[in-house]
Design a protein around this ligand. Structure first.
Ligand SMILES: [Zn+2]
Length: 51
């Protein structure tokens, strides 16, 4: 099973869990979307400069 490290208490928890069972830290769910939004913003910014 995949594990991920809790940024709050540094314990390894199930990668699918929405929050840390040890300290209750809530993991951000939109992790995969953030880079896409960043790339779109960068492209839009570059278009504004060159057009
Ligand atoms: Zn934790």
């Amino acid at each position: 099973m995949k594990k991920k490290e809790c940024p709050s208490c540094a314990m390894e928890v199930d990668a699918k869990s929405k929050e840390c069972p040890i300290c209750g830290y809530e993991f951000p769910q939109s992790n995969s979307l953030v880079p896409v939004i960043a790339i779109i913003l960068i492209i839009a910014f570059l278009l504004m400069i060159f057009l």
